[in-house]
Design a protein around this ligand. Structure first.
Ligand SMILES: NC(=O)c1ccc[n+]([C@@H]2O[C@H](COP(=O)([O-])OP(=O)(O)OC[C@H]3O[C@@H](n4cnc5c(N)ncnc54)[C@H](OP(=O)(O)O)[C@@H]3O)[C@@H](O)[C@H]2O)c1
Length: 264
């Protein structure tokens, strides 16, 4: 008898009934992933620092029957993150999925950049990931049911770039943090920790790169075998996969979703 179970295969991508906490939920990718978790039947707790934007999202989701709530906070501050975890547990009872979607960059040549500016990027993109993962992991361990953690880093975690000594370093650090946390958490507590590494996708900050006649776009196309830059929706499949039973054997991975950028 072939061992694979029909029920497992038919339900392995499901996140129905799970509680998903999404950081950076007001961002281009965060809002898409938050809504996607909602469409997939999860209860969604959104967080960010802008209450007005979070309220707008909650209203939009409610109109479509998505069960969501929000709590404001800065992911780089321990007391804020503790409050975010507490508010999620108070509202939904537990946290099963964490999607880390916040991020920041201010490109500057190292010769012009102040140490303070560099540190701000490191705090926003690396220290904050540590703090969020640490306190959510504590909660998941306490629940005793495992969990799924997905951190959005960047293909820039694997490649240097002019003006990116803060961004590349912090994203590379976050990937290695994910790998190390998988060693801490997976075998003993059943928590899968992975990162996804997108290429450039459409957001307020990157919209200008999508002009197909521009040199920037043409340069990207020399290194994008998939033939285009990304939309936030392109990462929904990977995020849901890494949040579901379909990815139970995957942990500590920096998952390439760069449209092939990283392989050519
Ligand atoms: N867009 C791209 O082309 C691209 C490519 C590869 C990787 N990424 C990464 O993918 C993730 C999502 O990117 P995105 O384009 O969706 O971002 P975005 O639209 O610029 O949104 C960024 C989000 O992070 C929060 N945020 C901004 N500055 C922050 C700070 N200093 N500290 C903490 N939170 C901050 C914002 O929320 P509040 O201001 O409400 O707190 C917002 O929700 C980021 O980690 C980014 O680095 C983006």
């Amino acid at each position: 008898m072939v061992s694979v179970k029909k029920e497992f295969v038919q339900n392995m991508f499901s996140v129905e009934g799970k509680v998903a906490l999404v950081t950076g939920a007001t961002g281009a990718l965060g809002k898409v992933l938050a809504k996607a978790y909602g469409y997939a039947g999860a209860k969604v707790m959104m967080t960010g620092r802008n209450a007005g934007k979070l309220q707008e999202l909650q209203d939009e989701f409610a109109a479509e029957g998505i069960d969501s709530a929000y709590v404001t906070g800065d992911p780089a501050k321990v007391e804020d993150v503790q409050a975010i975890v507490a508010a999620t547990v108070e509202k939904y009872g537990e946290i099963n999925i964490l999607a880390v979607c916040h991020g920041y960059n201010k490109p500057q040549n190292i010769l012009d950049q102040s140490v303070e500016d560099w540190q701000y990027i490191m705090d926003a993109d690396c220290k904050s990931v540590y703090i969020v993962l640490k306190y959510v992991a504590h909660q998941m361990v306490e629940q005793g049911k495992g969990g799924k953690i997905v951190v959005v880093t960047s293909q820039r975690s694997k490649r240097g770039m002019a003006g990116y000594t803060g961004y590349c370093t912090s994203k590379g650090g976050a990937d290695l943090m994910v790998a190390s946390m998988a060693c801490d958490l997976s075998a003993k507590y059943g928590i899968n920790v992975n990162s996804i590494l997108p290429t450039v996708f459409r957001s307020e900050l990157t919209e200008w790169m999508f002009d197909e006649t521009s040199e920037v776009y043409k340069n990207f196309m020399k290194r994008e075998p998939i033939g285009r830059l990304a939309e936030p929706e392109d990462f929904v499949g990977y995020a849901l996969f890494l949040s579901s039973d379909a990815s139970n054997f995957i942990t500590g991975s920096a998952c390439d979703c760069s449209g092939g950028y990283l392989v050519c």
